[in-house]
Write a protein that binds this ligand. Structure first.
Ligand code: NDP
Length: 285
């Protein structure tokens, strides 16, 4: 048997289309402001892709580019003006920030109702309390993929490999909210392969190329590979040894073309949700 490949590119395209249709039905254009401080190469590409996708979906998107030497006070002032701007529904500060800026202080300064990255402590708390509001985009994208693939989540054993604030922890909270029996594994976990082998759903979000090998996989399991790693020859690879996993897994996401495209689609979805709530329409559902 060969695993079914979960086509994140196609699923994300369908989601973006649905979002575009919902935006077109609104009497206003939801506004998204993305702030990029400095010129980190990867961040510049991410921000350009977000801007393109947002505009294509019909959002009123703008990118604010600030020099790397921007002071924390000046960045806070920019955020405050976006918080106060009635045309702006979503604010995203691209991370990482230059080291002289305290990321925590910046995230806390964003109006939680406009925090489309879902990193503000109010939104983190809502998720932890089982009442998700604006949810981080990557784990939200993973949930979309699981639903689109028809994965049985309720009662399943889910293992999340990684416990970062942007992927692992919110991922585990979402799986728990969906009634999976959820384990979080990390660099101090004893006997990682054994933990992974118990998983009906395995989410790898570690950042180590091909770390998950075939013998870590429960036959028939659904494997979602969040990892994006650049190999010495310049190609991108996930945290899962895709070729080795194919004969054992039941379903699996490729890298690229799996989780990556979903992250941006979920950012658009969050912006629409935030706009609907702020403007009192049903746009965001
Ligand atoms: P972090 O580096 O913040 O977190 C990595 C996690 O993996 C940590 O919890 C760490 O454990 C754990 N870990 C590291 N090494 C091991 C190991 N050898 N065994 C077990 N656990 C280990 O990464 P992120 O969560 O930000 O990202 C994870 C991956 O996902 C990266 O490849 C990143 O590029 C990718 N990514 C992809 C996105 C997408 O859109 N597809 C979006 C965001 C991230 P500990 O806490 O103990 O240190």
């Amino acid at each position: 048997m060969t695993a079914r490949i979960i086509d994140g590119k196609a699923i994300a395209a369908a989601l973006r289309e649905t979002i575009a249709t919902r935006i077109a039905a609104q009497p206003y254009r939801p506004g998204l402001a993305v702030i990029l401080v400095g010129e980190d190469a990867a961040s510049t590409v991410y921000v350009r892709n977000k801007d393109r996708a947002a505009k294509a979906a019909g959002l009123n998107a703008s990118t604010i580019r600030l020099p790397a030497e921007t002071s924390q006070a000046s960045l806070l002032a920019t955020i405050q003006s976006l918080n106060d701007d009635p045309d702006i529904d979503g604010i995203l500060v691209q991370l990482p920030l230059p080291p002289h800026i305290a990321t925590d202080a910046i995230i806390r300064a964003i109006d939680p109702a406009k925090d489309v990255d879902g990193f503000h402590p109010d939104n983190v708390a809502a998720l932890a309390l089982g009442a998700p509001s604006l949810v981080p985009c990557t784990p939200s994208g993973v949930m979309h993929l699981l639903h689109a693939a028809g994965t049985n989540i309720s009662g399943a054993r889910a293992v999340v490999l990684g416990r970062s604030n942007i992927v692992g922890r919110p991922m585990a909270a979402l799986l728990l909210a969906a009634d999976a029996t959820t384990t979080i594994a990390h660099s101090r976990t004893a006997n990682l392969p054994d933990e992974c082998r118990r998983a009906d759903i395995l989410i790898a979000a570690v950042g180590r190329a091909n770390m998950v090998t075939a013998d870590w996989i429960n036959p028939g399991a659904t494997i979602i590979d969040v990892g994006i790693n650049r190999t010495p020859d310049g190609t991108l690879t996930g945290d899962v040894d895709f070729a080795a996993a194919l004969p054992t897994a039941g379903a699996i996401t490729p890298v690229p073309g799996g989780v990556g495209p979903m992250t941006i689609a979920c950012l658009l979805d969050n912006t629409l949700l935030a706009a609907g709530r702020r403007r009192g329409s049903k746009a965001g559902g």
